[in-house]
Design a protein around this ligand. Structure first.
Ligand SMILES: *Cc1c(COP(=O)(O)O)cnc(C)c1O
Length: 404
């Protein structure tokens, strides 16, 4: 995504043309960027040779999943719907792991029928449930146990998952108990220890702490895990100031860990694969004068992109046409929805905007459309993919008539 002659482009395509043709708001993905992100992870972790299971919840678009499959990734799913979609995209069940604290009987049964790589259990009740279903089906099921390592990921509190007060995983004491239960089971095969401490993690240090805890607990459990699933969480550069996770430092920590532990590493990255691959193109409906700043009222809203309202997350907003005028304004970018949290950001010294101008909300590929809703009876925006400088429509705009 770069400006050419002050026009924002992806793969040499003028984005304002896309905005005019498909109307706004519209999600626009760059396949080049997705491939680049996958390659980047593969290159930096080459010596570790992890199994990379893309976290489908970050973006479950079937077209995107198919592209991810072409790059030989597996999938991390958290519901039967995601599992079905991953399979439909052609991802091998032998590369699919199933996470989540509340897998239902039906979901576990479906996963067992499909012979997926691992069901990562998060409680004693779940382990017993999986065992019951496995026994009924006369199958031996490969499972992992998710540890809550009580490690602060130093990220937004709403997307932190590895502290003892979080609902995810089990504590050390229960983990060791579960290892013994599974070891004795005739229907379960313990293959994996899994962790996932949170999302948008920008420093390797929380991962370093997490690895120390995992190392300790492996010793205590005195068990040879075939897989260690380190989850996802790798942070990306939302502020465009180079503050993303340093893969090199993280990989060094993992290599240290692997010296003591001979096992296959699994990654479950979501955001770091699709996050920076998309923009949400939007149009200014009105500009209205406020107290200290003007409100720029966009045709995109919290129902299209919920992260700012849900987590207070910040996304850069840039104009499709750059104008180098002297006059600058302070703006608050807001959506039209009747909620005060329907606001994207406040920016000082922005180029002066006009009604009907097009803007791009950046880095919305992860947890963008996957969190979208029909609040205020607003149809979900279309999704288009730019692939070799050509446009592929992945999803059309929902019809209002279907919502009424
Ligand atoms: C959400 C989630 C991920 C993906 O997290 P990212 O921050 O998008 O990489 C991976 N594993 C589990 C268990 C998750 O819940």
């Amino acid at each position: 995504m770069i400006y050419r002659k002050n026009k924002l482009t992806i793969d040499h395509l003028d984005i304002s043309k896309i905005a005019r043709k498909y109307k706004t708001p519209v999600y626009c993905y760059s396949l080049r960027k997705i491939k680049e992100n996958i390659q980047n992870i593969k290159t930096h972790f080459k010596n570790i040779n992890p199994l990379i299971c893309y976290a489908v919840k970050a973006n479950p678009n079937l077209g995107i999943l198919r592209e991810i499959k072409k790059n030989n990734l597996g999938a991390d799913v958290v519901s039967v719907g995601e599992l079905m979609k991953a399979l439909k995209a052609g991802i091998s069940p032998k590369k699919i792991v199933f996470s989540g604290v509340g897998k239902t009987f039906e979901e576990i049964e479906y996963a067992i029928n499909k012979n997926i790589l691992l069901i990562n259990a998060e409680s004693k009740s779940e382990i017993l449930q999986i065992e019951k279903i496995a026994k009924k089906k006369k199958k031996i099921v490969d499972v992992g146990i998710r540890l809550n390592p009580n490690t602060d990921a130093k990220t937004l509190s709403q997307i932190s998952t590895g502290k003892k007060e979080n609902k995810f995983g089990v504590n050390q004491k229960i983990f060791l108990q579960l290892v013994n239960i599974v070891k004795k089971s005739q229907s379960l095969n313990l293959k994996c220890l899994s962790v996932h401490i949170g999302s948008q993690i920008l420093s390797y240090k929380p991962y370093q702490k997490m690895l120390n805890v995992v190392n300790k607990i492996i010793k205590l459990s005195n068990y040879n895990f075939e897989y260690i699933d380190l989850g996802g969480g790798m942070g990306i550069d939302y502020n465009h100031d180079q503050s993303k996770l340093d893969f090199y430092k993280y990989s060094k920590e993992i290599k240290k860990f692997l010296k003591n532990n001979h096992c296959k590493i699994i990654f479950e990255p979501g955001r770091s694969i699709v996050g920076n691959s998309a923009i949400l193109i939007t149009k200014v409906i009105y500009i209205k004068e406020g107290f200290k700043k003007d409100f720029v009222i966009l045709d995109a809203a919290m129902n299209d992109l919920m992260r700012p309202a849900l987590y207070g997350a910040k996304h850069m907003i840039i104009p499709l046409s750059k104008i180098n005028r002297k006059s600058k304004k302070s703006y608050e970018f807001v959506g039209p929805i009747c909620e005060s949290t329907d606001t994207f950001s406040i920016v000082k010294n922005y180029q002066k905007l006009n009604e009907k101008d097009f803007l791009a909300i950046c880095d919305v590929g992860a947890y963008g459309v996957s969190l979208a809703s029909n609040y205020n009876i607003r149809p979900k925006p279309p999704e288009i993919l730019i692939k070799n400088s050509k446009i592929q429509v992945l999803n059309k705009r929902q019809k209002i008539s279907d919502l009424i």
